[in-house]
Design a protein. Structure first.
Length: 88
């Protein structure tokens, strides 16, 4: 073994990327400073969609209105299930 002193402490202590890899485990690369992902999973500068992207989520499935409507529907279905259970 060489006499070269390795300074791996800060690297090993740095936060890890939170991405999932294909095999199901977590990415073990260090996260980019100030971000939660490594450079390979979206932490690189200029990665991802720009702010105010007009092309993102065009279908409207995740708008506040759509989410609220789904919750209302689930509440009505829950009440209907309760009513059917009471009728049995």
């Amino acid at each position: 073994m060489s006499d070269h002193a390795r300074h791996t402490g800060p690297m090993l202590a740095s936060p890890r990327c939170g991405a999932r890899i294909r095999s199901g485990g977590s990415c073990r690369s260090p996260a980019v400073r100030g971000r939660r992902r490594c450079r390979m999973h979206g932490g690189a500068p200029e990665s991802g969609a720009p702010r105010g992207n007009q092309n993102a989520r065009q279908h409207g499935l995740f708008t506040r209105e759509a989410i609220a409507e789904r919750r209302r529907i689930q509440a009505v279905l829950g009440e209907a299930r309760k009513l059917l259970q009471e009728m049995k």
